[in-house]
Every structure is written in C-alpha cells, then in structure tokens.
Design a protein around this ligand. Structure first.
Ligand code: HEM
Ligand SMILES: *[C@@H]1O[C@H](CO)[C@@H](O)[C@H](O)[C@H]1NC(C)=O
Ligand SMILES: *[C@@H]1O[C@H](CO)[C@@H](O)[C@H](O)[C@H]1NC(C)=O
Ligand SMILES: *[C@@H]1O[C@H](CO)[C@@H](O)[C@H](O)[C@H]1NC(C)=O
Ligand SMILES: *[C@@H]1O[C@H](CO)[C@@H](O)[C@H](O)[C@H]1NC(C)=O
Length: 340
C-alpha cells in the first residue's frame, strides 16, 4: 500500500527585521517545551556551534540528517536508530550507507539534555534534530526561523522505505519532483531545498558517471562547464577512489548562501540532480533558479517556508511514538521490529 503524507497546514508569516513564520498544525508549536525544558534551544545551539567550530562540514551533515529522517516515515528520528543483532534500521539503506553523518552531535545533545532536570525524558530526538538543523543553517550564515516542536520518536525504522523515498542523485527532474510530491512537498520546495547543496561535500561516486562516459556516449556530460569538468576529472579519475570528497559548491563551500543557483546558471552544478534543475527546460523550475540566483533574500525566505513544510512531514503523536532516552535505540527492547 502506498502511503502519502500531506503536509497540509497554514503558514502565517510576518516580514520585518526577521522573517517569522508560524505553522498552525495539530500538535506542533514553538513553545512546546517552554514550561518543561526552557533550556532546550540554548543547549542545542551551544553543542551545534562547538561541533561546527571544530569541524565545519558538520553543519551540512546535520541538515542532511534531518532531510533523510523526514522523507522516510516523517520527521521521527527513525534514521537515528542504530542497527543491532535483532534490528535493521535505515542507516545502511543505499542513500545513507557510508554517507550520512553527524549522528554523534545529536546523541551528545540528547545526553546533555538527559542530565538537565525537566528535560530528562521530555525532549524527543526528532525535535532535537529539527532544532539542530535550523542552528546548522544559521551557523553557516543562512537564515533563521522559529522551529515547531512536539514530535514523538518512532518505535521502529524502515530500510526499504528509505531506499524508496529518498531521491537519487542520478535522477531527472520529474523523478525528483515525484519523491517530493510523495511526502507532500512541491516543485517550489524542490528548488528551494536543493539550495542546501550550497555547502557540504559529495563523494566522487555520487557524480563520476558524468565525467568520462556519460550515458554510454563515450563523452562527458555536455552540461558540465569545461573548466569545472577538468577539475573534477582530476579529482575523480576513472577507476579511482570513489570515496574522495568534493565540495558541492566550489565557490563558497562552507557558507550557506545562494551561490548554488549561480553555479547552476554557469553549468557548475555538481550532481546530475543539481544541474538538471537548470538544464531540463522546465520553465517553472528555471524561473525559480534564476530568481534565487539573483536575489538571496528571496531564496532565504522560500528556504525557510520549505524547511517548515519538510519539518512538518507526518509528525508522530504520543500514541504513535515515544520520547527516547537514547536516540540510538527504542526504549524497550520488546518494541524492536525489524522491517525490511
Ligand atoms: C533534490 C534531491 C536531492 C538529491 C538527489 C540529493 C543527493 C545528495 C547526494 C548524492 C549527496 C552527496 C552524498 C555523498 O556523496 O556521500 C548529498 C549531500 C548533501 N545533501 Fe542532498 N540531495 C537532495 C536534496 C537535499 C535536500 C532537500 C537537503 C536538505 C534540505 C540536502 C542536503 C544535503 C547536504 C547539506 C549535503 C552535504 C552533506 C555533508 O557534507 O555531509 N540535499 N545530497
Ligand atoms: C573534532 O573533529 C575531529 C575530526 O575533524 C574529530 O576527530 C574530533 O573528535 C573532534 N573533536 C571534538 C572535541 O569534537
Ligand atoms: C516499509 O516500507 C515498505 C515500502 O518500501 C512497505 O511496503 C512496508 O510495509 C513498510 N514496513 C513497515 C513495517 O511499515
Ligand atoms: C508549493 O506550495 C506552496 C505552499 O506550501 C505554494 O505557495 C506554492 O505556490 C506551491 N508551488 C507550486 C509550484 O505549486
Ligand atoms: C579513498 O578515499 C577516502 C577519502 O579520502 C579515504 O578515507 C580512503 O582511505 C581511500 N581509500 C583508498 C583505498 O585509498
């Protein structure tokens, strides 16, 4: 049975010195922990800030963790569950294996919160990841927004759903759009959220098929700028190490800005799924790419709206989930159900 989540909710936005948006939807609210764990946001921010100060890439890695959590059964920390002898989670699914990272930051935040009276046993791992993703964007120079809280953590995970629901970097635009529509997002969200590829890194294996024999043509992907192609061929030679890392945004690799879209306009998108946004001749999508490239504030405003939508995919209620004490395991061993 195909399950469809509709992120149906109303957004109320006030534009001023800051863009403030409130999503009015069921159980989520910005002040969910105001009485129980008022220190939540300051604890998350300080641990994210120090982790990123030590290793810049972690900002990108944490944002991606949130995306890969939300697209698979909703934002419920299912991705954070470790495999055990009796449990198979999502971390070894193809889009995640040897690729998603930053788990230790979320686990450290959880254990810090468990040591605080009031917060112990109260704050979900799904909410921690949502706040940490926002703080990671801010830390890298991107926009800030008010995060909605009140998600419960999943009781299980689903590896095959992770393989099914997450978009492939080899996909064309209709394929990418379909994965977003499947979770209640739309074309505008595809373009705005793809802007996350303005920071972080990708392995050669995620794009090397573009470099030498693209689609069995015997030639590179013609949508790659020649000077960029030469750099990438040098970093990712044929038969070379597919795990070598490359900046997703060559220009400003650690800054959250709109340079991703300017890269697309000059044929310097790294992944096939990136460059396709400009090269696929979809006028709605190209129009958004052009607007975001020329106006960073327009990108930031739409990125915030689209993040609020993504973070609101299928939040679990108290009857559907629990508050984990350790993000890596469900609370009771008896709840373990391997889903393959
Ligand atoms: C549009 C469809 C998308 C595809 C096909 C895609 C695919 C990928 C791939 C293949 C990588 C590199 C993985 C590796 O080589 O190990 C990557 C990295 C990344 N993705 Fe996406 N992605 C998409 C959308 C998103 C969205 C919606 C977000 C967040 C809002 C996001 C955030 C990131 C970040 C920040 C990185 C770098 C992570 C790091 O350095 O650890 N991506 N993505
Ligand atoms: C800092 O980052 C390095 C990897 O870049 C890691 O090995 C080390 O454990 C980190 N230190 C702290 C305190 O997080
Ligand atoms: C896991 O996801 C698959 C779709 O890939 C679905 O068919 C299956 O029912 C799910 N398993 C559970 C236990 O929800
Ligand atoms: C996408 O959804 C938003 C509301 O969430 C809406 O404002 C926008 O017009 C939609 N875009 C497209 C291309 O359907
Ligand atoms: C491949 O590259 C990765 C990342 O740079 C490195 O950790 C690994 O040791 C390399 N593997 C080989 C066989 O050289």
């Amino acid at each position: 049975m195909a399950v469809r989540w509709v992120a149906g909710f109303v957004l109320v936005c006030f534009t001023g010195a800051f863009l403030t948006c409130t999503s009015v939807m069921g159980q989520l609210s910005p002040d969910y922990y105001a009485d129980t764990c008022p220190d939540l946001e300051s604890v998350v921010k300080s641990i994210v800030d120090s982790a990123v100060d030590n290793e810049t890439r972690l900002a990108a890695s944490i944002l991606r963790l949130h995306f890969h959590d939300c697209f698979v059964g909703g934002c419920d920390a299912s991705l954070l569950l470790d495999d055990t002898d009796t449990f198979t989670g999502e971390q070894q699914a193809l889009p995640n294996r040897n690729s998603v990272r930053g788990f230790e930051v979320i686990n450290n935040i959880k254990s810090a919160l468990e040591d605080i009276e009031g917060c112990s046993g109260i704050v979900s791992c799904a909410d921690i990841l949502t706040v940490a993703a926002r703080d990671s964007v801010v830390k890298a120079g991107g926009p800030s927004w008010t995060v909605e809280l009140g998600r419960y953590d999943s009781l299980t995970a689903n590896q095959s759903l992770a393989n099914t629901n997450l978009p492939s970097p080899f996909s064309d635009v209709p394929g990418i759009i379909a994965k977003f529509v499947n979770v209640g997002l739309n074309e505008t969200d595809v373009v705005a959220l793809s802007g996350a590829h303005t920071f972080g890194k990708a392995q050669c294996g995620s794009f090397s098929r573009r470099l030498f024999n693209f689609q069995n043509t015997g030639a590179p992907d013609p949508t790659l700028a020649p000077d960029y192609l030469a750099i990438l061929q040098g970093r990712c030679p044929q038969g070379g190490n597919g795990s070598v890392l490359n900046d997703l945004d060559q220009g400003t690799p650690t800054t959250f800005d709109n340079s991703y879209y300017n890269n697309l306009l000059i044929n310097k998108g790294l992944l096939i799924s990136d460059q396709e946004l400009e090269s696929a001749s979809d006028s709605t999508i190209e129009g958004l790419v052009t607007s975001f490239a020329s106006d960073q504030s327009q990108f930031f405003a739409q990125f915030v709206l689209s993040m609020l939508k993504m973070s609101a995919i299928a939040p679990k209620s108290s009857s559907e989930g629990e508050i984990r004490t350790d993000c890596r395991f469900v609370n009771s061993g008896q709840d373990l159900v391997a889903s393959m």
